[in-house]
Each structure stands twice: as structure tokens, then as C-alpha cells.
Design a protein around this ligand. Structure first.
Ligand code: ATP
Length: 310
């Protein structure tokens, strides 16, 4: 018996980063947006005694750790422990389409998908609020992958409020060669703030808040206004660590994208297009530009982790 769950990647249409807190985290004003580019995680009942085993397919499969650190495996164990099930036997196969270490929360997505897949496979019927708590234990970006759509994340990103959106927005994602480490990008953000003389602690940097113009653009389904309001406080740090991303951003905007930004901690770059045809043309131009490994046209918002055929 097996259960397959489809789960979206995210782009942060706004990522406001506050100062470094004493606990080592930053307060965020994080507007998550779920896109159709996603992974599929299939949970299959294992033979007794085999434990949690993992497989992965897709162009980036070699970059995915198939050990105990994999967020899908951690999610299966956490759900089992929560229900007092000792030593679960399950095989998790990840069909990977989300760029690895790309700033699109692919590992978090697989964690959310594994929670939903194992919950269905084991017939647990865990209430959503409990799944959200388990998700937050796994990582700040995991709860959003459960709910999808568009949501404002506060705190470390784990306190979520769904946001109203009208219609569909069309996106292109330019995938870079190799990833960027999220903690390294946050450290670079702090370093750049110190170097600029503004200071980097939470007493130096004001607590970020969602931009009303961005929220209005989402609610009104206005792609031009959303393009003008896209903002990522981590972008200077990602560009500092990977200067070649400036050429990628330029290539997308020169070929007709309404707006562009680095997705989360990067190095994937996100471009907003006026419609599906424009997105296909921008993706084609980016692939031809030589400034990225590949580019995908997609759309959103889409729902969070959902059982296929369920
Ligand atoms: P985020 O935007 O949430 O910070 P990211 O999208 O930049 O993350 P991920 O694809 O989640 O990056 O990968 C970050 C690291 O997580 C990888 O380098 C890998 O070591 C680890 N990892 C754990 N589980 C997974 C998984 N299922 N898929 C991909 N990476 C995983």
C-alpha cells in the first residue's frame, strides 16, 4: 500500500529581515507564495524491521541526503513518535523537482509531504493544528508547505496567517548551478549591515512588517503592482556571495519580466510575468542567456501538501 503527496515550492514575495536576536534567529516579515513547481513524496509500507528508508529521483537527486538528516525521514519519525508508534517501517520516495538548496524550501516541502503521506498511510487522521505544530518543530518553513496558498509568516516564519489573493500569477524560476547555505546568507546579511554601519542586532534594525502595497496587489490580483512591491532583504547578501546572480536578474527583466528577485536565500531567481505566454517566453530567453542552469515557467498560488487522488 502507498500514498503519494504533491507539495509546492515557495517564493517569498516579501522577505523582511529584522536584527539578529539573542537566540540566534531573526524576526521575519515573510510573505510566502506557493507555486506549482513541486515535489512528490510517496510513502510505501515497509517490511517489518526495515525502519525508515529513502529514495530520490530527478535531476538534483544526487544532492539530496538519503540519511537521517533528510527532512522527510525526520518527519516520518516525528509523526510516529507523537502517536507512540515505535520504529516505523516505511519507504519514502522523493520525486524531486524543487531545486536543492535553492531558496525555495524544497527540504521543508518534503518534510510537510512526508507528514501528510505517513498520516494517510498509517490512518492516523492527525488534526491540522497538530500537524502544524509538528511541522514547526521540523523547521520554520515546513508549516507553510502544509497550508500553501499565500500567507504571512511572522516570528521565525512559523506563525502563519493566510492572505487573500485574487486570480493566478505567472512565475519563472531560474535555477543556478549549486546551492547557497541559508545560515551563510543570513550571516552575510548581518555582516553587510555591520559593514554599512547600521548595526545588525534586533536593537539596531526595526522589526519588519508586511508592506501594505504588496498585500493590496495580491488581494487585487494586480501583477504589475506586485512586481513593483517585490522585496527581499536577503538579496544583497545572496548577490554578495554569488555576484553572477546580478546577470541572471538582468537577463530576466531585459526579456520582458515585470519584476525579479532572488528567491529566499537564493540562488534561484524568481521573475513575475504578465501571463502564461510571457512566462514561457521569459523562461526560454533565460535558458538561452547562459546566466542560469535552466529555467521553469510555473504559476500560483496553489494549495499545500495534498494526497494525490485523495
Ligand atoms: P530554505 O529556503 O528552506 O532555507 P533551501 O530551499 O535553500 O531551504 P533545501 O532544498 O531545503 O534548501 O536544502 C537545504 C539543505 O537541506 C540541503 O543542502 C540538504 O542538505 C538538506 N536536506 C534535508 N532534507 C532534504 C530534502 N528532502 N531535500 C533537499 N534537501 C534536503
Amino acid at each position: 500500500m502507498s500514498v503519494t503527496v504533491r507539495v509546492p515550492a515557495k517564493v517569498n514575495v516579501q522577505l523582511g529581515v529584522g536584527g539578529l536576536r539573542a537566540d540566534g534567529f531573526h524576526d521575519l516579515a515573510n510573505v510566502f507564495f506557493a507555486v506549482a513547481l513541486g515535489d512528490e513524496v510517496t510513502a510505501t509500507a515497509g517490511t517489518p524491521g526495515t525502519g525508515v528508508t529513502l529514495g530520490c529521483s530527478g535531476p538534483d537527486a544526487a544532492a539530496v541526503p538519503l540519511d537521517d538528516t533528510n527532512l522527510a525521514a525526520r518527519a516520518a519519525r516525528l509523526l510516529a513518535a507523537h502517536h507512540g508508534l515505535a520504529a516505523p517501517d516505511v519507504h519514502l520516495h522523493i520525486a524531486k523537482a524543487i531545486p536543492v538548496a535553492g531558496g525555495m524550501a524544497g527540504g521543508s516541502a518534503d518534510g510537510a509531504a512526508a507528514l501528510v503521506a505517513c498520516d494517510a498511510l498509517w490512518g492516523l487522521d492527525t488534526p491540522l493544528p497538530v500537524l502544524l505544530e509538528l511541522a514547526a518543530e521540523l523547521g520554520s518553513d515546513v508549516p507553510f508547505a502544509l497550508v500553501g496558498g499565500v500567507a504571512l509568516g511572522r516570528g521565525r516564519g512559523e506563525l502563519l496567517d493566510p492572505l487573500p489573493v485574487t486570480g493566478t500569477f505567472h512565475w519563472v524560476f531560474a535555477v543556478a548551478d549549486g546551492g547557497l547555505s541559508t545560515p551563510a546568507v543570513f550571516r552575510e546579511c548581518d555582516r553587510l549591515r555591520e559593514a554599512a554601519g547600521t548595526g545588525s542586532s534586533d536593537t539596531d534594525v526595526p522589526t519588519p512588517d508586511a508592506d501594505p502595497a504588496l498585500l493590496a496587489a495580491l488581494a487585487e490580483g494586480d501583477a504589475v503592482a506586485l512586481a513593483g512591491a517585490l522585496a527581499n532583504d536577503l538579496q544583497p547578501a545572496a548577490l554578495s556571495l554569488r555576484p553572477s546572480l546580478a546577470a541572471t536578474l538582468r537577463a530576466g527583466t531585459e526579456t520582458g519580466a515585470l519584476g525579479a528577485l532572488v528567491s529566499g536565500s537564493g540562488p534561484t531567481c524568481a521573475f513575475l510575468a504578465k501571463d502564461a505566454d510571457a512566462a514561457a517566453a521569459v523562461a526560454e530567453a533565460l535558458r538561452a542567456s547562459g546566466t542560469c542552469r535552466t529555467a521553469h515557467a510555473t504559476h500560483g498560488p496553489v494549495p499545500g501538501a495534498s494526497v494525490l487522488g485523495g
